[in-house]
Design a protein around this ligand. Sequence first.
Ligand code: IPD
Length: 295
Amino acid sequence: PSINLQEIHDFLVTIAYLSGNMMTSARPTTSSTGQKQNAADLVTETDRNIEQFLSKQIQERYPNYQFMGEETYKPGDTLTDAPTFIVDPIDGTTNFVHSYPYACVSLGLAVNRTPVLGVIYNPFTNQLFTAQEGKGAYLTDALHEREKLPLKELEPFYNQDGNGGLGNCLVIGEWGSHRSGNDYDVKVNTFRKLCAEKKDGGAMVHSIRSLGSAALNICSVAAGWADVYWEGGCWAWDVCAALAVLKEAGGEVVDANPGRWKVAIDGRRFLVIRGGEGWEGVVKEFWDCVEGELE
Ligand code: IPD
């Protein structure tokens, strides 16, 4: 049966706004916050309440679709080709706990494991990012103005002399919640290499940003506010909706580890880049800076 993406989109926008109200009316505190795998992997009562709300709404309305959510995921649950809602009730939980105003509800739909629809709402800045396959990506701002993404022209990455590339990029990277072992070392060493001034004239990126939400990071690249986002460790619910937005905005996604041009939404390692001529060259320059391999 064909899928009415417009109808699902409108429904997801409605429940995203309602979830946003639940976020802004909550008063999380660091002392009442729970931990998952370690002291930097946080969960609040509000994450659980919103997921409960979302799963009920979605499953009542679309009982034949699969549902995957951050707070109800169990190890061993796998993503199939069936239409699947992939949901993060609060992406950016650490920000939410600290009242740092970059947290969102992220609602994606994947068909054949490919994101086809994304709705991401940050109720603190009142920004709504949406995309449907083949219909473009949009940002609706606090004044309810709706603009097509990217918000600026996608400049070529290199100039006519072949200069520019990674050295002209604003990069987004995240520390993630695992703070030891191989992946932590790879991240720290890669950030160091990306930012360091090079004697041989190699690329030194303009800077590194971390919004604290994978979904908002990817939407920032889709908007054209940043050029590249690199992370290992995030999950399908962190990225599904935002990757639908990215694709419709002309962006690309490959593996965070060098040499792998194909990536699955549950692959947990991502290098996201805005569209624009020469993007493949920037990916290669970036991979040259990845010190080791993320597991
Ligand atoms: C996390 C955020 C963070 C990213 C982590 C995610 P959560 O999601 O997106 O930016 O670095 O990999 O797990 O826990 O806030 O939903």
